[in-house]
Design a protein around this ligand. Sequence first.
Ligand code: PGA
Length: 250
Amino acid sequence: MSRQKIIAGNWKMNKTPGEAVGLAQAIKAACAKAPKAKVVVCPPFTALAAVSAVVRGGAVALGAQNMHWEKSGAYTGEVSAAMLLDLGCSYVILGHSERRTYFGETDETVNRKVKAALAAGLIPIVCVGETLAQRKENQTDAVVSAQVVNGLAGLGADLGRIVVAYEPVWAIGTGLTATPAQAQAVHALIRGKLTELGGAALAQTIAIQYGGSMKPDNAPELLSQTDIDGGLIGGAALDAVSFMGIVNAA
Ligand code: PGA
């Protein structure tokens, strides 16, 4: 099964609209040579409109970093799937570990968001991953399995429209990376859970990204693993040269 690799930049709470436009222009220009991987940039909400205008019609897709599950209403500070679609987003990152840790997101709220995103026509990039303490206690498989099974419950055939990102929390922004073998083992576990949820044929089509200190130098080996279908890139996505180094490794 050959799945197209997908490299997504998660810009987190970085870049003003003006700064974001510069970065997006550089990535768009570098992607004019038709990269083999699918490329997605996920700026903060405040820069989505400006970046959308830059990437529209090109090879680079636009994603957001979060959304609410309700369509509209009294939810101060939140944005809906329809608002993201209107700005030209086709992807949305959901359940990132920083959202789980600092903003109280749970598998249940992630599941609501995933369903709302799919219903609206957005492709959710659903993040899962264990903490260092959980890994040390040999809880990795149990934690990641529960996040996958509960976060992706009840999707039916729409399961085939999602992207999963395995991001070990201890590797995010720390410079520590899972070894290719460690990552591959969890990716295979995730594909097994996706198989339980949607059957083997469907599970084989779902892209599972690795995230956590992926850089141009460690990307080739990570991306060559059987079940690693791309990357969700934080720090290295804030610079066009390092981001493109990863895109070109895919
Ligand atoms: P990092 O972040 O590449 O800076 O480790 C990845 C992420 O949080 O998506």
